[in-house]
Design a protein around this ligand. Structure first.
Ligand code: 3HC
Length: 313
């Protein structure tokens, strides 16, 4: 088929809301866009294990420890589904990881902030996983089949993560005065970075136009940010905590909250490697990758041997 009709076929599929599958023809820019987004998403999942992982040994009860362990393991699983989805676009896992380890690929800004207290683990689950779900629900209907299917299970698990975080916040907010202050302090530090997770304002988002045209993103950064604020403010009120935004105000006319502007200079710094923990996070990932080399080598030798045995049988 000629490229023109291949492209027309691709466009028609999108119009009919059919998924694009790995063996289908796709424009090269669509493929590159997906590799960029899915791999950044995968990197976010595995880097996201770090700030929470450092609280596993300090969880305040056995129950809290088991739940946090499960959550951190889930994030590792999300990374695997997403790397596998990206690999269907003709790029190897090694190349994707190399892009992360050499600082060429981005991962979510949010994981460059430190988790200073146990309340931060509550705030991360409540706000960070809450923001992630807000964005990811629409990705279950993204136009690329393997990505959409990976997102179904991820969304179910992220919902559990959000509940885990909110439960911690409830325990603290309805606990002693000191615990409530810890919860408020965590909200103060995580609120604005959570709003930044949705990406720059629509007017300054270079990738959004193509993402919407190709039905990779179904809603814009600003629409999702607004929905997150609308949903989360009443949850903060229930906890008796105040959202650290003087401009926050219900707006009847729009049926949502007006809110202040995140510090976009801070965002730019963080996504360009200069946030509070960027260097630490990257170094930890590189170290983990190096330490895992023998496991990858042993698995490859085992797989090759098994293939030989299967052939001989
Ligand atoms: N952190 C880091 N980089 C970000 C960012 C953020 N929060 N928001 C935007 N950027 C980057 C973009 O990647 C892009 O850089 P690039 O062109 O070099 O790739 C640049 O800033 C401009 O942003 P755009 O709005 O044009 O980019 P997108 O259209 O890709 O939108 C996005 C950004 C909303 C994050 C989108 O990529 C997306 O929906 N990604 C999938 C979801 C995802 O990655 N979530 C990670 C959240 S964490 C998570 O899920 C783990 C869970 O366990 C909590």
């Amino acid at each position: 088929m000629e490229t023109v009709s291949l492209e027309a076929n691709f466009d028609a599929k999108l119009t009919r809301n059919e998924m694009i599958e790995p063996k289908d023809w796709m424009p090269d820019n669509y493929r590159k866009h997906l590799i960029r987004q899915i791999s950044q998403h995968a990197h976010s999942e595995i880097v996201g294990m770090l700030p929470e992982g450092n609280w596993i040994t300090r969880a305040p009860s056995l129950r809290a420890k088991i739940v946090l362990l499960a959550k951190v393991q889930d994030e590792g699983g999300h990374g695997l589904y997403l790397y596998t989805a990206a690999e269907t676009l003709q790029i190897s896992r090694e190349e994707l990881l190399d892009q992360l380890h050499t600082g060429k690929a981005k991962y979510s800004s949010i994981f460059n902030y430190p988790t200073l207290t146990w309340a931060d683990i509550g705030a991360v689950g409540w706000l960070v996983d809450g923001a992630a779900i807000m964005n990811q629900v629409m990705l279950q209907r993204t136009s690329y089949g393997p990505y959409a299917r990976a997102m179904v299970r991820i969304c179910k698990e992220e919902s559990f993560h959000q509940r885990q975080g909110y439960e911690i916040m409830c325990r603290l907010a309805f606990g002693s005065q000191e615990q409530k202050e810890m919860a408020q302090d965590a909200l103060n530090r995580w609120w604005w970075p959570s709003l930044m997770m949705f990406g720059p304002p629509d007017a300054n988002s270079p990738n959004s136009a193509n993402a919407i045209k190709w039905k990779i993103k179904r809603e814009s950064n600003d629409q999702l940010r607004q929905r997150f604020v609308n949903q989360t403010v009443p949850q903060a009120e229930f906890l008796g905590l105040s959202v650290p935004d003087k401009e926050l105000k219900w707006n009847d006319a729009k049926g949502g909250y007006d809110f202040g502007t995140p510090d976009w200079n801070e965002f730019e710094n963080v996504i360009h490697g200069n946030g509070p923990c960027n260097k630490e996070r990257l170094a930890a990932r590189v170290e983990a990758h190096d330490k895992g080399r023998w496991v990858r080598e042993a698995a490859a030798v085992f797989a090759a041997k098994k293939k030989g045995m299967d052939k001989a049988a």
